[in-house]
Ligand binder design. Structure first.
Ligand SMILES: [Zn+2]
Ligand SMILES: [Zn+2]
Length: 288
């Protein structure tokens, strides 16, 4: 039983952004774990959204390193960390997309369990403007002031970005003040505004991390059919769902591959949503 594997144990979390608020309950109710905040770990040294500190590894690797730093800081054998990345939607122009990861590191039994989640519901975005009035609709769109902003002078499209003047801006007066400073410092007379994606500045992101925590708990509770290790779950997908009209392979997912974190056991299964054919709208032959 997995719940017995984790019940009563302590798990370390490194966060400077209040993520213990949304992670403690799912871990306690789902797995019987007690969360300990590794407050001494500076998570910014692993890279930040604002780009002041460039990430040296990909997001899931960064996430694992943070979890390991947390458990080492508290001298525990279990650690957890969260990481996110945001950018333009790969398929839909002008739409933003987020990806979140949670990684649980179990040093006692040697497991690393990674749970990703795609988030199409995000306020991620940026905008250039000379004053708050001229970007009022963008401010509404990114849910300011409940969601915080960062401000820097706009350096121009071809120049390297200038440093941030302020982050975590939650108030209209504060925003106007920093935009005025940015306009003065910008060669184009424009401020660059961007959503502050740190969890404590972004309730939408905090809610995503909470949803992901429940998914991680479910995954930790799923055991490998071959070796009974925890963390059995989706590891990759295979495209090629056939077109309903002509049978040609499309870019849509046809098979889901489930795998184990401890052994090489893998299982290829049809899509869980039961879809066996693609709409001809997705077909390169029927709808080129
Ligand atoms: Zn077709
Ligand atoms: Zn296994």
């Amino acid at each position: 039983m997995v719940s017995r594997r984790y019940a009563g144990r302590l798990i370390a979390l490194a966060t400077q952004h209040g993520k213990q608020q949304v992670l403690a309950r799912p871990l306690r109710h789902g797995l019987g774990l007690t969360l300990r905040h590794a407050a001494s770990v500076n998570t910014d040294r692993f890279g930040s959204f604002a780009g002041d500190q460039v990430r040296s590894a990909d997001a899931p690797t960064t996430c694992r390193l943070k979890a390991e730093a947390a458990l080492e800081a508290l001298d525990l054998d279990l650690g957890i960390a969260s990481e996110g990345s945001f950018g333009p939607h790969p398929a839909v122009p002008f739409l933003a997309m987020g990806q979140e990861w949670l990684v649980l590191v179990d040093r006692r039994d040697g497991f690393v369990i990674t749970q990703p989640m795609l988030c199409s519901h995000t306020n991620f975005g940026s905008c250039t403007a000379a004053d708050p009035e001229s970007c009022a609709s963008w401010l509404r769109q990114v849910a300011f002031p409940s969601h915080a902003l960062m401000v820097r002078p706009h350096a121009g499209e071809r120049a390297d970005p200038l440093p941030w003047l302020a982050k975590g801006i939650h108030g209209a007066a504060e925003l106007a003040q920093w935009m005025a400073v940015a306009v003065d410092l910008s060669p184009l007379g424009l401020a660059w505004l961007e959503t502050d994606m740190r969890a404590h500045c972004n309730p939408t992101r905090m809610a995503s991390i909470r949803r992901l925590a429940f998914r991680l708990v479910r995954r930790v509770g799923a055991t490998c059919p071959a070796c009974e290790a925890p963390g059995w779950g989706l590891v990759s997908t295979r495209a090629g769902l056939p077109c309903r009209a002509c049978g040609l392979a499309t870019e849509l997912v046809q098979l889901e591959e489930f795998g184990c974190v401890a052994c090489s056991h893998r299982r290829l299964l049809p899509r869980r949503d039961g879809l066996t054919a693609a709409d001809p709208g997705h077909c390169p032959y029927c709808n080129p």
